[in-house]
Ligand binder design. Structure first.
Ligand code: CA2
Length: 144
């Protein structure tokens, strides 16, 4: 099973500010956490982060034929990007949306998700653990 993990803008800044919202762990800690549970679960993982919408669209397109599913935290692009929504629809790979914070309890603009309609599930407010929940959701779906 090969999963692509995509992280959007500013997630590389985790742990540097706003620890009350995103925790005090860094992006390197997140990468270590994802690699750790993937090894445990026998998942082959690639982890990608970009601050650029087009780079994320390119990465989603390149996933076709290479990966079985996608876990994506589009960060701020969640709330703005039709291009990322269209890319996920175009490749048709099972995709789970994940957010570290509980976006449903935050500002109104964070409660809007363009990508959600193309995803099999949304995991929000579980911190880093949400990435594992997302991967397990994909495993279940792919083993059906
Ligand atoms: O909760 C999440 O995972 C988010 O996707 C994180 C995004 C935010 O724009 C979404 O609404 C919810 C932000 C990514 C990280 O932003 C930082 C801000 C300050 C300090 C460090 C990171």
């Amino acid at each position: 099973m090969k999963l692509l993990f995509i992280n959007g803008p500013n997630l590389n800044m985790l742990g540097i500010r706003e620890p009350e919202i995103y925790g005090s762990k860094t992006y390197a800690d997140l990468v270590e956490f994802i690699n750790g549970f993937c090894k445990e679960l026998g998942i082959e993982a690639e982890i990608f982060q970009s601050n650029h919408e087009g780079a994320i669209v390119d990465k989603i397109q390149e996933a076709l034929g290479k990966f079985d599913g996608i876990v994506i935290n589009p960060a701020a692009y969640t709330h703005t990007s039709v291009a990322i929504l269209d890319a996920v629809k175009a490749v048709g790979l099972p995709t789970v949306e994940v957010h570290i914070s509980d976006v449903s309890k935050r500002e109104g603009f964070r409660q809007v998700s363009y990508i959600r309609e193309a995803c099999i599930a949304t995991i929000s407010g579980q911190g880093f653990e949400g990435y594992k929940t997302a991967a397990l959701t994909l495993l279940k779906e792919l083993n059906k």
